[in-house]
Design a protein around this ligand. Structure first.
Ligand SMILES: *[C@@H]1O[C@H](CO)[C@@H](O)[C@H](O)[C@H]1NC(C)=O
Ligand SMILES: *[C@@H]1O[C@H](CO)[C@@H](O)[C@H](O)[C@H]1NC(C)=O
Ligand SMILES: *[C@@H]1O[C@H](CO)[C@@H](O)[C@H](O)[C@H]1NC(C)=O
Ligand SMILES: *[C@@H]1O[C@H](CO)[C@@H](O)[C@H](O)[C@H]1NC(C)=O
Ligand SMILES: *[C@@H]1O[C@H](CO)[C@@H](O)[C@H](O)[C@H]1NC(C)=O
Length: 888
């Protein structure tokens, strides 16, 4: 398609956003790029403002038509259709009612018998499930329950992973809070490997007392002496907090925080209401997150506060957050990449503040704002990114489907420059797409400030990925709150042992056969895996219409010869057979292998879609090696960088063939999943040594029609690739995160898994020997792909953090970006049905570390022109390198 210039369609249309003939007719996607250097401060869009714009738009796709159609009224409220708890009801009773006495409730989790066992714990009486009332908490609103709650969590000296432990998988705890008002005067310390779970039907209220002392009502990582954290923030894994109201209004408005959340992967906060003081005096914060490597938050409501949520983390996914009457709804102190999806901000002073660090040292790397709504708030987003701000990619912002109403300025810049205008009160205006950062496409191979204006970009997203209201579909985790305890089938009560030794294959398969595959009209049964480590020696088949929930993270561990033949790989959990339809839901489970396991595919997902009935996995994690019982531990697999290449690979440290395989008919939604081949041991004290494990492949998606959604998703340390999408379409990913194995390129990615053509494995030997790779870079080319997209279309990533921190265990390569040659590859020439000229692949908010080239693709397969997006092409950010948009 021609690359031509056309004058701005705004030039002769100054009527502004409110004029009936502003806007343009959109018959198909159009993408414009504003190119003029120096216009970053004066971008306009649809004539939202009329000052200063003198730029031209480069039209990349489609034709410019102008001036006939007003911007459509906004679509209905971006509210998820499946909401487990109506927190507004809770809040209205909570803040008016007198102290509620403890009431019984029918929540299944409280009523089932608790049979969970922690097989590796020294204390044979060790209790996994703890009800705080049984530890002396009163929940009456007047008794100080701090000590009792903390006793329920810690369960005695050294029973659990507290200060100086750093990490451990042997002492899990699910701490349950019945309905009630729990008065606390000091932090509730959420230790490592803890889930704090309230009753979702009548949510417990944690009330900070008037004289509360400490960092926050719930603290996930206490600061000890000399400011030293209990847990290394980037390694603070495996925790969940859900179903609470946290009330700070008894405290003085000048202090108080709801949750200090300094966490890494496999962590979540879900369904929590924060009640804070309102008004000019308030200094309260709902969430204070100083740093970490997360993570996932969803379904939260914030009332009042200086700051609803104060965020700082490498990467994070946050969805369905609602803010009322906060001075600032969201303050991001620093990040590399952050997805804010379905954010609703009402009546705040400032919506989202990303100015941290100032224009010379922008702390916020990139933010993706999707399907959100800002109402009666003076400024929606405040940024200090401008044409000379530093680092050059700092403050990259992509927003899509943002509805504003009663917002004076949508994007306010340095020196109060209005970058993007606002709209009247009681009038909804939709901003389909707007970007502040750098963009690349076939037509802009050298890249340019995106400031891309793509009207009706949402048209680019296939309907199958969206809900009835036009937002990207979400499906919150099922809590089964209306299902009574008698419909939960305990696996331990039905013959499974869960001690990490017994072979539980037969028992588990039989339970699934009898209680899964619920027929239409039958009452749904939920298969409950009491906490335990369930060793299986053969594939477990999970038929459609099966519901599985774990306790904490109940573990399925593959073991034995069946899973150790790389020539004949076998799934450990096979969800559906090709073409089978029906719902499968899995939550709070963990999958691992007992090594060696060269032929284990931890899960194969074949269940096919059925209308908008969406199957899924929530808080399901894969953890390969690095924990007690896996035989993939430092005694055998300690890192060994001095040994050379093949000689060093110990077959006993081959840890899996593949993590997750989404088959040709597979479709599902995944939320908060961490697919981790361990880089260090979690249990081996005191050093938690680094280990070298070899898992062939991370996630392979071959789903021919999709849809597949990945919210808060990470795949790390796999040999050939972390994510590979082949012959697929209709995929949503945000945020995804990867790390290249620390040992590579010693050995190189070609070892120890020879490429299997049927699985479209990358052929490193061939590809890295090609002419475009310089001799001295070949070993850096032979590194695991962060994301490989093959012959696929209609792929949307809203935030990706793809990192290569090591070369042969040394981090010296990070700064010079010489840990890896290229991170993302797009191959094949599949064209989208909707847009026959392109694949319709949108990579938004792509962040890489340690790699020379962020992405590569071949522009015109016939001419074979290779496009390489270099990290040093003005893409430097605070720590990562960032591109706002790659559109192929
Ligand atoms: C504006 O949009 C919001 C959120 O989508 C919706 O709740 C509200 O009804 C809309 N208001 C008008 C006047 O259309
Ligand atoms: C994490 O944040 C705290 C509080 O701001 C700070 O003191 C600490 O240095 C940070 N740690 C790291 C590793 O960045
Ligand atoms: C969802 O699944 C049920 C059966 O499980 C079926 O009756 C219904 O038609 C499906 N809904 C859609 C929209 O496909
Ligand atoms: C890997 O690093 C070690 C030092 O940690 C060094 O002895 C060894 O020669 C290196 N091997 C390769 C292949 O670079
Ligand atoms: C590419 O995908 C199309 C369908 O989208 C399929 O027909 C074709 O066989 C695929 N090509 C390869 C090389 O797999």
């Amino acid at each position: 398609m021609a690359h031509r210039r056309s004058p701005s369609y705004d030039e002769d249309d100054k009527s502004g956003v409110y004029g009936s003939h502003s806007g343009i007719i959109n018959t198909r996607i159009r993408l414009y790029t504003l190119l003029t250097v120096g216009t970053i401060l004066s971008y306009m869009f649809y004539g939202y403002q009329s000052s200063g714009f003198r730029g031209y738009q480069y039209q990349i796709y489609g034709t410019v038509e102008k001036g006939q159609k007003p911007i459509e009224a906004a679509p209905p409220a971006p509210v998820t259709s499946i909401v487990e708890v109506d927190v507004t009801k809770v809040i209205s009773t909570v803040f008016t009612a007198a102290p509620t006495p403890v009431v019984s409730s029918s929540y299944w989790l409280a009523n089932i018998e608790h049979r969970g066992v922690a097989p590796y714990h020294a204390d044979k009486e060790y209790q996994v499930f703890r009800n705080v009332l049984e530890f002396g908490a009163k929940g009456d609103g007047t008794t100080d329950d701090t000590a009792a709650i903390n006793a329920a969590i810690s369960g005695g000296d050294f029973a659990r992973c507290g200060e100086k432990c750093d990490s451990s998988t042997i002492s899990p705890a699910l701490v349950y809070f019945p309905p009630g008002r729990y008065l606390v005067s000091e932090p509730i310390v959420a230790m490592y490997y803890t889930q704090l779970v309230g009753n979702p039907i009548d949510m417990p209220i944690l009330v900070a007392s008037k004289n509360f002392k400490g960092i926050a009502v719930i603290d996930t990582d206490p600061y000890g002496a000399f400011g030293k954290n209990w847990y290394v923030n980037q390694n603070n894994f495996f925790r969940a907090i859900r179903n609470f109201v946290i009330d700070l209004t008894n405290m003085d408005p000048s202090e108080g925080t709801g949750i200090h959340h300094q966490v890494a992967q496999a962590t979540s906060i879900y369904n929590v209401v924060f009640k804070m003081h309102e008004g000019v005096m308030t200094k309260q914060k709902g969430i204070f997150m100083d740093n970490g490597s997360g993570g996932f938050l969803s379904n939260l409501k914030f009332y009042g506060g200086e700051c609803g949520a104060y965020f700082g983390n490498q990467q994070f996914t946050t969805i369905n957050l609602e803010f009322h009457n906060c001075k600032t709804a969201i303050y991001i102190n620093w990040d590399w990449v952050w997805l804010l999806k379905s954010i609703r901000i009402y009546n705040c002073g400032l919506g989202i503040d990303i100015t941290s660090g100032g224009p010379d040292k922008l702390g916020v790397g990139s933010v993706l704002l999707l399907d959100s709504y800002v109402k009666d708030t003076e400024v929606a987003i405040k940024t200090f990114r401008h044409k000379e701000s530093n680092p050059p990619a700092g403050g990259t912002l992509v927003m899509q489907n943002l509805i504003i109403s009663g917002v004076k300025t949508t994007v306010l810049g340095w020196n109060d420059e209005e970058i993007f205008g606002g709209t009247d009160k009681d009038r909804n205006t939709t901003i389909p797409f707007w970007g502040h950062g750098k963009g690349y496409s076939d037509y802009l191979p050298k890249g340019d400030s995106i400031n891309v204006v793509a009207d009706e970009t949402s048209d680019a997203i296939p309907a199958v990925l969206k809900d009835a209201k036009g937002k990207i579909l979400e499906r919150p985790r099922p809590l089964y709150r209306h299902i009574s305890a008698d419909r939960f089938v305990s696996v331990r009560a039905n013959g499974a042992v869960g001690d990490g030794k017994a072979d539980d294959t037969g028992a588990i398969q039989e339970i699934i056969n009898s209680h899964g595959n619920v027929r239409p009209g039958e009452q749904k049964k939920i298969i409950f895996f009491d906490y335990g480590i369930y060793r299986v020696s053969q594939t477990i088949y999970v038929p459609p219409n099966t519901y599985i929930v774990g306790e904490m993270w109940s573990v399925i561990m593959s073991s034995g010869d069946m899973f150790n033949d790389a020539k004949n790989p076998k799934p450990v959990f096979q969800v559906g057979k090709s073409g089978e339809e029906g719902i499968v839901e899995i939550s709070d489970m963990l999958f691992q292998t007992q090594g060696p396991a060269a032929g284990a595919i931890l899960m194969e997902w074949n269940r096919s879609p059925q209308g908008q009935n969406v199957s899924g996995m929530w808080d399901v994690h894969f953890r390969v090696g690095g924990s007690r019982g896996t035989n993939l531990e430092p005694n055998k697999c300690r890192k060994n960088p001095d040994a050379q290449n093949h000689a060093k690979i110990d077959d006993d440290c081959i840890s899996a063939f593949m993590l997750l395989h989404i088959g040709k008919t597979g479709s599902l939604l995944m939320e908060n999943m961490w697919l981790w081949t361990s880089d260090h041991d979690l249990d081996d004290e005191p050093n938690h040594d680094q280990i070298s494990l070899y898992t062939g492949r991370g996630l392979l998606c071959e789903s021919q029609e999709g849809p597949v959604w990945m919210y808060g998703h990470a795949v790390e340390h796999n040999v050939l690739y972390n994510y590979q999408l082949v012959n697929t379409k209709n995929i949503f990913m945000g945020v995804i995160q990867t790390e290249t194995p620390y040992f590579q390129s010693n050995p190189r990615a070609r070892e120890p898994f020879p490429p299997v053509p049927e699985l479209y494995d990358p052929d490193f030997e061939g590809a890295c020997g090609a002419a475009d790779v310089p001799q001295d870079k070949i070993h850096l080319c032979e590194k695991s792909w962060g994301l490989r997209i093959l012959n696929s279309t209609d792929i949307f990533t809203y935030g990706a953090g793809l990192y290569s921190f090591f070369e042969n265990y040394s981090t010296d390569c990070i700064e010079s970006r010489s840990c890896q040659r290229t991170m993302v590859t797009i191959e094949g020439d599949a064209r989208s049905e909707k847009f026959p000229t392109r694949s319709n692949i949108w990579l938004m908010g792509l962040n890489t570390i340690g790699t020379e080239n962020m992405a590569r693709w071949v522009k015109d397969p016939e001419e074979g022109e290779l496009i390489l997006i270099r990290a040093d092409d003005g893409n430097k950010n605070s720590f990562s390198d960032t591109v706002g948009l790659i559109l192929v």
